[in-house]
Design a protein around this ligand. Structure first.
Ligand SMILES: C=C(O[C@@H]1C=C(C(=O)O)C=C[C@H]1O)C(=O)O
Length: 284
């Protein structure tokens, strides 16, 4: 084997190790979330096993597998492993004996009060790796794939604005986004009626943490607050940056695809809760 091929193989294996580590860490978090879901269902006196929900989990996995070029049976098997772990974390045997252990004891497990439940979820999210620890996994994703995903999302969200002429000021202009805690940056340029994403030089850039950029995108915090508190910083051509910011604020939220709105909203809330939990743990 040539030396170069040997080096490339070693680097690929290191990347695979990173992905494996991330997958196992996420499975561990998923198991804890499933356990918390089980406590919620007991509190509501609902059956712990939820067949329709499991079917929904599998159906979503198949849609994602098709989008990402993952074999359907691989996605099926992976989710079955995750769901079996999810059941086990809720006191269900893998063969779904519906929590016979409770019937044997005649007592339901202690019900957490709402404070202890939210504090459990808070503590759980505090165990999530901070975004800066996710950075190296995100950098494993090929740059072209990352830029392609951003380009498709931006084009889909901003297509109505382009059609209305609201983005004419962006013709041939280059606006950068820098996610400081993930070490990610990209530049969006309007070329004709299309948006192009690359990592070249930008005329103006918006810089902030992943959480604050998500909160802005999800409309959970307003731009004035984020910029006033310098949680988001505009660099370079201020006029271009402010024009782009004002456009985003005027963007009719209902024009954003529902799935993306839900994803942004949930992602931003999860990121904010995890950040608060990390801060609480650091202060303790
Ligand atoms: C996690 C839950 O409990 C169980 C485990 C599931 C899973 O691991 O995805 C889905 C449904 C339930 O059978 C839930 O109800 O959401």
């Amino acid at each position: 084997m040539s030396v170069a091929a040997g080096v490339a193989l070693a680097e690929l294996r290191r990347a695979i190790d990173l992905v494996d580590g991330g997958a196992l860490a996420l499975l561990a978090v998923r198991g804890r979330l499933a356990a918390a879901a089980g406590r919620c269902k007991r509190r509501q006196c609902r059956p712990v096993h939820d067949g329709p929900r499991e079917a929904q989990v599998h159906a979503r996995a198949q849609r994602l597998a098709a989008r990402w070029g993952l074999a359907a049976d691989t996605a099926q098997a992976a989710m079955e492993v995750a769901i079996v772990d999810g059941r086990r974390r809720q006191g269900l045997a893998a063969d779904l004996d519906q929590g016979a252990a409770w019937a044997a004891t005649g007592t339901m497990p202690a019900m957490p009060n709402s404070t202890s439940r939210s504090s459990r979820i808070h503590a759980l999210l505090g165990r999530l790796p901070p975004p800066v620890r996710l950075a190296r996994w995100l950098r494993v994703m090929p740059v072209q794939a990352r830029h392609g995903a951003i380009q498709r999302a931006c084009t889909r969200v901003l297509a109505p604005s382009i059609a209305r002429g609201d983005l004419d000021f962006m013709q041939g202009r280059r606006l950068g986004v820098e996610v400081t805690d993930l070490g990610l940056r990209w530049v969006i340029e309007r070329r004709g009626d299309a948006l192009h994403v690359d990592d070249g030089a930008a005329e103006a850039s918006v810089r902030g943490t992943a959480t604050d950029l998500l909160l802005l995108a999800a409309r959970l915090e307003d731009a004035d607050t984020l910029f006033f508190q310098r949680r988001l910083v505009l660099t370079g051509d201020t006029e271009l940056g402010l024009t782009a910011r004002n456009l985003l604020e005027r963007l009719p939220w209902e024009s954003v695809p529902l799935g993306l709105r839900i994803g942004l909203n949930r992602g931003a809330r999860l990121a904010r809760t995890a950040r608060d939990a990390h801060r609480a743990r650091a202060a303790a």
